[in-house]
Structures are given as C-alpha cells and as structure tokens.
Design a protein around this ligand. Structure first.
Ligand SMILES: Cc1ncc(COP(=O)(O)O)c(C=O)c1O
Length: 374
C-alpha cells in the first residue's frame, strides 16, 4: 500500500503570536513557578467557568486526585464512575485505596445513566465521579439529588468540557469540585495542566495547600501542615493558559462551526453523528465522535482511513476492560453492556478549531468509501 501524501491530523492546538508574547514575558520576568501569572490565570478561568474559586494544578489527573481528598475518599470506600471515560476518572479513587465501581451509560449521550448509578450505590459508596464525556454535560440534577439523598460527595470530571453549559449554567459553577484539563488536544492548552473549581472557600484553601506539598497559607516554605503533593502549575504554563483563555470564545465558536460542518457533510453517510444540543445541554466541542453501524469493523475502518493519511482514534475504550482493571478486580466483558457496545463502535474523526472544510470533505469522502468497502 502506498503512503498517502495528504495527512489530516487528529487534533491541533490553536497557538498564536499572543501566546508566544505572554510566555516570553513570563520567561523574561524570572518568575518561572509561583509568580504572579498563576493567580491571573486562575482568576480568568474562574470567570470563564463562572466559579467562585479556582486552583490550577499540574494535570487533570492531579485535579481529580485532589478532588478525592476533598471528598474524604479513603481505604475501603467505593467510588462510582463511568466506564466510558479516560482512565483517570477511575484511577483517582484507586490512588486513595478506594474501589472503582462502574455504572453503565446512556447510549445517546455517552454519559452516566443516573438510574444505573442509583443501582450501584452500596453502604460503602463515598463519592460519584460524573464525567462530561466529549464535552457533553452529564445529567447533573438527578446526580446531585441522588448524592444528597445518599449522603455522597459529587465530583465532576469536566476535563473535556470547558465552556459546556448545563441548564444554562457553565460546567464548573454548580458548586461541587469540578476538574478541567489542558493537555494539547483539549479546547485550551497549557502544555500539561489542569484546574479544580469550587464554590466553597474551605475546599479551595485545602486544594491550594494539597497541591503545594501540604504547606499552610500562613506557614513558611519548609513547614508542612499536612501530607501534600507537588501538583503545582508553573507560571510559564499559566502564561500560555492566559493567551488561550483570551481567545476562548473564538476557539469554542470555531470548534462548534467545524462540528456543524461535519454533521452537514455526514448526512447520508451510514454513521450516527453526535447528538445536538438541547435546552438543558450545551456541549463544548472536544472531539467529533461518530458511531459506526454494527456491521462495520471499526479497526478496519481506522486502518483504511490511516492508509489515506487520516488519523482517527477509537474513543474511548471501556475502563473496566483495561488489562490492569481486569487483573485487579476481575472485571470482564458483559458487565457494562452499553459502554462496551459504544466502545466497540465509536470513532473520533480529525477535529480542531482550524480544520478546513476541504480537509473535512476529504475525511467524509474517505469514510463513505471505506464504509462501503469495509
Ligand atoms: C475525561 C478525562 N478525565 C481526565 C483526564 C486527565 O487529564 P490529564 O491528561 O491532564 O491528566 C482526561 C484527559 O485526557 C480526560 O479526557
């Protein structure tokens, strides 16, 4: 098979001269870690998410781990989460000695099905990690109600959802700790990085201490009031984050346009496109994922697309079927049938804010051709 000359990448960050200027300014200031830029980034991010407080951290995974500590999760506890997510949504519970418990998803939204969560609650359940997968907001109201009724902590994994809105209110501002992530495939990037928003001042104070080796607000550099971590975000990364937040609306608008164009181009192609927004759910476009028909072999489709120079990804494998999960907990096929079926049939197409119509047409034409042959 000859190598295709045209290449369409899966994702690409939006970086420009303003980002370079801000990063350079911070480098020249000499404040490379805990300078004035981090707090400015946090303020802008809190504004964007409509939250009272925001603590920047070194990754989304770090933010989820700290959220487990806020929730008081520990050895012997169970934490319910979605199997249809990135592994960090479940790993954060394991880090604290708790057991991840999976509840199945709604095949339409790919997010946790509140009825399945209810059925998974036991006397050992301590918290729920609700994920906004692919930037589509999860069913927060039923989950909040369920947590209140059972005395559980709610933690939101919005790593893929900066800019999404649930019932008209931005994700991150509903009160409970909400984690965002800024790896370069995300809506905005800081290289590596993340943040946790909360409306609770005490939770925020604890986050700030935990990410900084357990130092207390009043303590000197070498005095540690509690066990903490080095989960700080450095000022150079925060400077890039400021450049990204300054154009957040443009980035989100461009991503929504690219998504709308895909949906239009895909009409008549035998795939299920992502569901549209409704009055309660406004998605922030993270990836554009289609569901292939049952008859198509997803991995063959991906291979044939790759031969045409088009990158795709099998987003996302079900977490409970990852090798280490099977080994540790004895999880197996058939435990989360909806998630497993979605995992077998979903395919992320190349997607980013500056993807040109021409490339999208090339991707869709290739997909149409591949599906009729695969
Ligand atoms: C749903 C979800 N949770 C958590 C994470 C972890 O974020 P990070 O890679 O910044 O640790 C990601 C990142 O891909 C994610 O998509």
């Amino acid at each position: 098979m000859t190598q295709a000359t045209r290449q369409v990448h899966l994702s690409a960050p939006w970086l420009d001269g303003r980002d370079e200027e801000l990063v350079l300014e911070t480098l020249r200031s000499g404040w490379l870690s805990l300078g004035p830029t981090g707090p400015r980034f946090e303020e802008l991010l809190a504004d964007a998410a409509g939250a009272r407080h925001c603590a920047a951290v070194s990754s989304g995974t770090a933010g989820l781990h700290l959220s487990m500590l806020l929730a008081g999760v520990g050895r012997g506890d169970e934490v319910i989460t979605s199997p249809f997510s990135f592994v960090a949504s479940a790993n954060c519970a394991i880090y604290e000695g708790a057991t991840p418990v999976f509840a199945d998803i709604d095949a339409r939204t790919y997010n946790l099905d509140p009825a399945a969560v209810e059925a998974a609650v036991t006397e050992r359940t301590k918290a729920i990690v609700a994920v906004d997968i692919f930037g589509y907001p999860c069913e927060l109201d039923p989950l909040i109600e369920l947590c209140e009724r059972h005395g559980l902590a709610l933690v939101e994994d919005a790593c893929e959802a900066l800019g999404a809105r649930y019932k008209g209110v931005p994700v991150g501002s509903h009160g409970h700790p909400t984690t965002f992530a800024f790896y370069p495939n995300k809506q905005i990037t800081t290289g590596e990085g993340g943040a946790v928003t909360t409306n609770d001042a005490d939770e925020h104070e604890l986050l700030v201490s935990l990410r900084n080796q357990g130092r207390l607000e009043t303590s000197s550099w070498l005095l540690h009031g509690r066990l903490g971590y080095n989960y700080r975000l450095d000022d150079v990364s925060a400077a890039l984050g400021i450049g990204q937040l300054e154009k957040l609306d443009r980035i989100l608008g461009a991503r929504a346009e690219v998504a709308a164009r895909y949906t239009e181009l895909l009409s008549g192609v035998d795939v299920e496109p992502p569901i549209p927004d409704d009055a309660d759910h406004v998605r922030s476009w993270f990836v554009y994922v289609v569901r292939l028909p049952e008859t198509a072999h997803r991995d063959d489709v991906a291979r044939l697309m790759r031969e045409r120079g088009i990158a795709t990804a099998p987003y996302v494998p079900s977490i409970h079927l990852q090798p280490y999960m099977r080994e540790r907990y004895g999880f197996h096929e058939g435990m989360q049938p909806v998630s497993e079926d979605c995992s077998a049939r979903t395919l992320a197409l190349p997607f980013h804010a500056r993807l040109e119509r021409d490339d999208q047409e090339y991707v869709v034409d290739a997909l149409r051709a591949v599906l009729s042959s695969a």
